[in-house]
Ligand binder design. Structure first.
Ligand code: GRF
Length: 193
């Protein structure tokens, strides 16, 4: 892996929708002791709400059409190089990151996943948690590897599920903790890298 340089690391955030984690990453990056700055936002979805936030925050953003995976990833790698990106944060990015892309980028990629990994990889985590009557759930920030939701765990936070929780209320509770742990995980990762 390539060593990160400088005081603040340049990070790119990849989104597909709401972008609330992007918003909190940007907020945190502006604090005095932050170890990173968000200087690029990528979305595969032109209608992603998070793009409005990128625009408002004056962060360069690009909408990338995922038509042909090979040319798309080539284009992405060029952009990442142009913006001197040292770390990618996936935040609700709904496209698969290929092994080829991971290898060619050759720098860390983090993802935030709304479950206590290794439990509930993939989609609809809250639905499965509620269906199985689990007592706890949470969110996990992990390194991205070619195997879905399986890379090294950087930070995880657990919450107790109450008897009256449903999929919606659980999603709300977990999103709230995600807004705290993603930036904390990025800082933890960067300071140990
Ligand atoms: C988050 O719950 C995250 O864990 C999952 O997708 C959601 C994205 O939310 N991967 P937002 O777009 O950041 O609001």
């Amino acid at each position: 892996m390539v060593k990160l340089t400088g005081n603040k690391s340049n990070i790119a955030v990849f989104i597909s929708g709401r972008g609330s984690n992007l918003k909190y990453l940007v907020k945190k990056s502006k604090s005095k002791n932050s170890l990173f700055r968000v200087n690029l936002v990528i979305s595969n979805n032109p209608k992603a709400f998070g793009l409005k936030y990128a625009q408002k925050s004056k962060i360069k953003f690009y909408v990338i059409k995922y038509k042909n995976i090979i040319s798309t990833e080539k284009h992405l790698l060029k952009l990442l190089e142009k913006f001197k990106i040292e770390l990618i944060c996936l935040a609700g990015f709904m496209k698969i990151i290929s092994k080829n892309f991971i290898n060619k980028f050759n720098k860390p990629i983090l993802n935030i996943h709304p479950s206590l990994l290794p439990k509930y990889k993939g989609l609809n985590t809250h639905f499965r948690v509620i269906k199985n009557k689990d007592k706890y759930s949470g969110s996990t920030v992990h390194l991205v590897t070619p195997k879905l939701d399986s890379g090294k765990i950087i930070l995880q936070r657990k919450i107790k599920i109450s008897k009256i929780d449903d999929v919606k209320s659980l999603e709300k509770k977990i999103l709230k903790i995600e807004h705290k742990i993603y930036s904390a995980a990025v800082c933890k990762f960067l300071s140990n890298y």
